[in-house]
Design a protein. Sequence first.
Length: 622
Amino acid sequence: MISFLKKRKNASFTIALAGNPNVGKSTIFNALTGMHQHTGNWAGKTVELAKGVCTLGNQTCTLVDLPGCYSLTACSKEEEIARDFIENTHPDLVVLVCDAVCLERHLQLLIQLLSITQKVLLCVNLMDQAKKKGIDISCSALETELHIPVLGISAHRHSDIKRLKSGIFSALDKNIPSSENTNSPKISACSLPDSRVCAQEASRLYHATLQSDRTSHTNKDLLLDKLFTGKFTGIACMLCFLLLIFWITLTGANYVSQVLHDILFSFEPVFYRFLQGFLPLKLCHMLAFGFYRVTAWVISVMLPPMAIFFPLFTLLEDFGYLPRVAFNLDCCFAKCKACGKQALTMIMGFGCNAAGVTGCRIIDSPRERLIAILTNSFVPCNGRFPTILAILTIFFAGSAKNLELAVLLTLVILFGMFMTFVSSWLLSKTVLKGVPSSFTLELPPYRKPQIASVLVHSVINRTCRVLLRAIIAAAPAGILIWIMANVSIGTDSILNLVSDFLNPFARLLGLDGSILLAFLLGLPANEIVIPVLIMAYTAQSSITDFKSLSSLHTLLLGQGWTVSTAVSMLILCVLHWPCATTLLTIKKETHSLKWTALAFLLPTCMGFLLCFLVTCAFRIFS
Ligand SMILES: Nc1nc2c(ncn2[C@@H]2O[C@H](COP(=O)(O)OP(=O)(O)OP(=O)(O)O)[C@@H](O)[C@H]2O)c(=O)[nH]1
Ligand SMILES: [Mg+2]
C-alpha cells in the first residue's frame, strides 16, 4: 500500500466528494478536514465547491465538497459545477456518497459516474438510519458486483470516519496510475448511459445486495408530516416553534448575561490600571472606558441569546423541519408570483444574508432567483438580531415578561417575512414580471439531530463568527468615533457636526443624527450598530457608569429616546441597506450594478417610508 503513495510523496491528491443532495457529503467533509461547512437536513445547502485539506497517513490530500446532484447531465447550476469539476480536474478519487435509506435511487448516479471514471469509492452513508428502518444492505456484495471499494458508514461515528479514511487511503493506492496521465473523456449527455438503463442497473444492483427491507413509512413520520404541513396546523406549528425558541432564548439569556456581565466588568479597573502603566491618560480612557466597555457589553448582551438561539434553530434544521416551512409558505410565495423555494433562502438569510443570497442558486428560474436575491435582506440576519433583541429588551423589559418579549420578537420576524412578500409582489408586478414556475421541493425524512455537533457547529460557525465580526468591526468604528468626538472643526467636534447634519432628515424618520450615523457606519457589519451608537452617545454625554442594559436604557432616555424612536429603530433595523458583504455577494451573483443598486435601495426606501409614516402616526396620536 505504501509503495505507490511513496512515489507520489510530493504530489497532492485531489479527492472529490460527490453524491445526491442531502446525503451527508458536507458532514463527511467536515469530519475529514475539521472545517465547518454548512450542514442541515434539507437538499441544496452546498451550492459552491468547498476545498479543504485532509491528512491520510503522512499524505496530505485536497478534499473537495461538491454541490449535490441527481445526475451528471447538468440540468441545474449545481449539477454543472459538480460535473465540470469531475470532468476538468480529474480527481484522483471520487468518493460517491449515497443514502443507505434510498440506495436504489442514488445508485443511478453511480452508474453514470462509472461510465466516466473507475476511480470511485462508494460510501453508503446513513447506515444508522437504514438500520432503524429495517433496511440491511450488504456492502461486500455490492463490492463484488461493482469491482470498486464500497464502505457502509454513519458519518457521525468517529470509528466509521476512521474506516473511511483508511478506505480512501487504500483506494488511492490501488486506483491511481498517475494523475498527469489521466484522460477522462468529455462528459456529454449522450456519452452517459440512458436514464432507463441506469434505473434498471441500479435496481438490479440494489436487489442483489439487499439483505432485508422491512421499510414501512413509519406512522410517526406520517403523523408529523400531517401536523407540520397541514393546512391550519402547519402555520400554527411554525408560529409555536418560533415563539418557543424565542422564549427559551430570552429566559436563558437573562441569567447568563448577568453572570458574564459581572465577570467582564470586574476586569475593567484591572485593564485600566494595566494601561496606565505605559499609555497616556487620554488613550487609557479611550481603550478602557471606550473600547473595552463596549466590547464587554457586546459580549455580555449579544453572546448569550445567540448561543441559545442558534443551536435551537440548528436543531430544527437538522431535524428536517425547514423544508416543511417552505412547503407551508409556498402558497404565499405563489401569490406573490415568486418561487416557494424562496422560503428556504429566506431562512438561510436568518443566519447570514450573504449566504442566503448565494443559496438562491437553488431557484432555477432566473426571474424568481432575482426576486429572492433582492428581497433576502428583508429578514434580519445574525448581525441585526442582537440589536433587535437589545432594543426590545431595553424598551419593553420593564413591565413585560419573557413570554411577552418572545411574542414581540416573533412579531418583528413576521414583519420581516411580511415585507418579503410585499416586496416580492411589488417586484413581480413591475421590473420582474412573470408567472411562477413549477418546482420540486424535496421533503427530507425526519432525522434525530446530533446535539453535540449542532452545538459545536452553531457555537463555532455562527455565534463566535458574529461576535468576532462585531468586535473586529467595532474596534475601527470605535476609534473613528473617538477621533470624530475629539477632533474639532471650529468650536464643534466632527461627531456633533455630522450628527447635526443628519439630524433634520433623521428627525423626519423619528430618529436622530447619531442613530443614522450608526447605521451608516454599520455598513461593513450590522453587528456594530448598537456599539457605535453607544460610543457616539457616550462621547457626547457625560455618562460614565455604563454597565448594564438598564444604564443603556438611561443613556437612551437621556438622548431623548421615546417608544416612537424605539419602533423606528426596529423598523430600520429590519429594513435598511444590506451589509457590504451581502452587497458584494449580490453583485457577484447578478453580475449587475443595476440589481445591486436596487437591492440597496429597495429595503432602504421601504424602511424610510415606514419610519416616516409610523412617526407621523405617533405624533398625531400622542
Ligand atoms: N443520522 C445520521 N444523520 C446524518 C448522517 N450523515 C449526515 N447526517 C445528517 O444529514 C443531514 C445532511 O447532511 P449534509 O452533510 O448537510 O448533506 P450534503 O450531502 O452535504 O447536502 P447538500 O449540501 O444539501 O447536498 C445533516 O442534518 C446531517 O447531520 C449519518 O450518518 N447519520
Ligand atoms: Mg453539503
